[in-house]
Design a protein around this ligand. Structure first.
Ligand code: BES
Ligand code: ZN
Length: 636
């Protein structure tokens, strides 16, 4: 009965606004575009956007922009197609730092607009009095400090000869370079014409219409792109630089600076097989091409699932493909995230948790049960550490989290990833793999190109999987998993055999033994388990012996090096300072940078001066995402 009521409420809340108005189209050749529904339930309300999509919403964005590498600005026009309730006269957009010079209708008639006060997290609402117009054209430029963008000097690239630009839209950063409704629940199709200095190649997260570009004014080239599937606004991404392409398979390939191409392509040889494995699991890949862009080392994330073109940190290159779980992860977002998208940031587990589960299934399909079990066990460990750190009864340990008033782009723990994946692994265990996989595949089909909330996910599970089976409902404990804190008792435990060898070596080592000789034969996951499971207090002699025997400071594997440095710095181990400095001077990935600075700042008189010196030295090379996180930490 309860689930029936929940379902009825959901159907009511899921209705889309009435389609009205003409969606003027720039191109006459394509068929009618899909317009994705807007959810109106309580969990779909996005505090992080000023948009009021139930009154008026953007359905399509047409960008005509020039990249200005001298001024560090992107400028031009954005034409927005709008769908509005009958009689609606105003549309509200998001913006942050945008300089808007004019807003007109499609005929060039000026439209009045005001830019509201806003706040430090969300930026400023732009209210356009559109009257009866259902297409508006905004002339604008981004600010030089737009948080979505990083402008690199030639010296900050591998080639050293050309500048480079890349964007990072998730979570709420695209409003710093695109004036639209920047909410993941308001899906939009888009097209773009972008000009750049002729020596640079521009790539975006959509179909490339002119592979070589075309000549534009004074020494510039223009590139055209389009995305005909409605996507969340954060999924519009751009990069420009001296980049080249190499094919990896029929629909896969890699873009990167020429100097990086061989190493990147070698690390990514399994990409096409990953796409095939993902399709076998959860249905067709619906985005056409799956390419990857390996960025310069200041890219602040491990990866970003920009549709058709995953952005990747170069630190995933270990030489032995041991860190390609990152590729499986970003690929999996082509279903969980890009196809079915969290409607608001308090439900980011629907993107990240479902994806982390899916990632592990892809890893299992390609590399076998043992590797997947090891990676799942590492995820369990990392979740336990997070729970201990923030307290297992705190709000931050819930899957559905209250996020009003919080910046979704500031540094947080990874509960949504690890607990989210564990939730789905638990469902799989209880329900049985075959039935669960069929359900999840159908879930992606049913909700393709639509927003999702926790409530809707629950209702879908109840309608299509549980179907009134009270005993099953009881065993799953769904409510507790999604809305409760900590780890529910029915959680699927990691396979104790996953790290049996390492754990025996740990016992021997902690009993006073020598560093494990077997280390050389261990997988990356085993090495990480060993380092992270060592008691956090180690004396200098023990650390030196470990480093000597295992070559930790010299590791070319970024995850191993990071795990080691974090342990060593927490023990004020002076010989770790030089490798820390080398590491921080070569990459700006926030996941590595922030904890290393935290480790130093926690070490009072010893660590703080080191942290301050390194901060002075490396901060200029950081992306705004990494810079703002470390700035906050150094102030605090
Ligand atoms: N979509 C995320 C990155 C992200 C999340 C950016 C939230 C901004 C806000 C991406 O898919 C991701 O999860 N990256 C991880 C790698 C993953 C293997 C855990 C990262 O960057 O470390
Ligand atoms: Zn992710």
């Amino acid at each position: 009965m309860r689930s029936l009521l929940a379902l009825a409420a959901l159907v009511l809340s899921a209705c889309s606004i009435s389609p009205g108005g003409n969606n003027a189209r720039a191109e006459a050749d394509a068929g009618p575009r899909q317009v994705a529904p807007i959810l109106t339930g309580a969990e779909a309300r996005d505090w992080h956007s000023f948009a009021r999509p139930e009154v008026a919403r953007v359905t399509h964005v047409a960008l005509d922009l020039a990249l200005d590498f001298e001024a560090h600005r992107i400028g031009g026009t954005a034409a927005l197609d709008i769908q509005a309730a009958d009689g609606a006269e105003e549309i509200i957009l998001d913006s942050k730092g945008l300089e808007i010079s004019a807003v007109t209708d499609a005929t060039g008639q000026a439209l009045p607009f005001t830019i509201g006060e806003g706040d430090a997290i969300r930026g400023r609402p732009v209210a356009v009095r559109m009257g009866a117009a259902r297409q508006i054209r905004i002339a604008y430029r981004s600010a030089p400090d737009a948080a979505a963008l990083q402008w690199l000097t030639p010296a900050q690239t591998a080639g050293g000869r050309h500048p480079y630009l890349f964007s990072q839209g998730q979570a709420i950063l695209n409003r710093t370079w695109i004036p639209t409704q920047d909410s993941p629940g308001i899906r939009q199709t888009w097209e773009a014409r972008i000009t750049a200095p002729a020596a640079l190649t521009v790539v975006m997260s959509g179909d490339r219409l002119m592979p070589e570009g075309e000549a534009a004014e004074e020494g510039r080239r223009a590139f055209r792109f389009r995305m005909d599937h409605p996507v969340p606004s954060y999924a519009i991404a751009i990069a420009a630089g001296d980049i080249a392409f190499r094919s990896l398979g029929p629909r896969t390939g890699v873009w990167t600076e020429p100097a990086m191409l061989d190493r990147a392509a070698a690390e990514l040889v399994d990409t096409e097989r990953m796409v095939e494995a993902a399709e076998r699991l959860y249905g067709p890949y619906r985005w056409g091409r799956y390419d990857l862009l390996v960025l310069p080392p200041s890219f602040p994330y491990g990866g970003m699932e920009n549709p058709t073109l995953t952005f990747l940190t170069p630190t995933f290159i270990a030489g032995d493909r041991s860190l390609v779980g990152l590729v499986a992860h970003e690929l999996a977002h082509s279903w969980s995230g890009n196809l079915v998208t969290n409607a608001a940031w308090g439900d980011s587990w629907l993107n990240e948790g479902v994806t982390s589960y899916f990632e592990n299934r892809i890893m299992e399909a390609l590399y076998g049960r043992e590797r997947a079990a090891q990676e799942a066990a590492l995820s369990w460990d990392s979740m336990q550490r997070d729970m201990a750190e923030i307290g297992a009864t705190t709000n931050g340990t819930r899957l559905h989290v209250p996020v009003e008033g919080q910046d979704p782009d500031s540094f947080g723990v990874t509960i949504a990833y690890d607990k989210g994946a564990l939730f789905l692994r638990t469902l799989e265990t209880i329900i049985g793999r075959e039935r669960w996989d069929a359900y999840l595949r159908a879930y992606f089909d049913r909700h393709a190109f639509q927003p999702m909330t926790s409530a809707r996910f629950l209702a879908d599970l109840r309608q299509h999987l549980i179907r009134g089976d009270a005993a099953l409902e009881e065993r799953l404990g769904l409510q507790d998993w999604i809305y409760g804190a900590g780890v529910p008792a029915n959680a699927a435990r990691p396979d104790p055999r996953a790290f049996a060898g390492v754990d025996a070596a740990l016992v021997a080592y902690e009993g006073g033994g020598v560093p494990p000789a077997a280390y050389v034969d261990w997988t990356t996951a085993e090495r990480l388990r060993f380092i992270d499971a060592l008691p956090r207090r180690q004396d200098g002699a023990r650390l030196a012996a470990l480093d000597d025997a295992l070559g930790l400071s010299q590791s070319g594997n970024s995850e191993v090096l990071f795990a080691w440095l974090r342990l060593a710095l927490a023990n004020r181990y002076q010989p770790a300072v030089a490798p820390t400095e080398r590491f921080l001077a070569t990459m700006g990935r926030r996941k590595f940078v922030v904890p290393l600075f935290q480790a130093l700042m926690a070490q009072g008189d010893w660590g703080r001066p080191i942290a301050r010196r390194l901060y002075q030295r490396v901060r200029p090379s950081w992306h705004p995402v990494t810079a703002s996180s470390v700035d906050a930490l150094m102030r605090g």
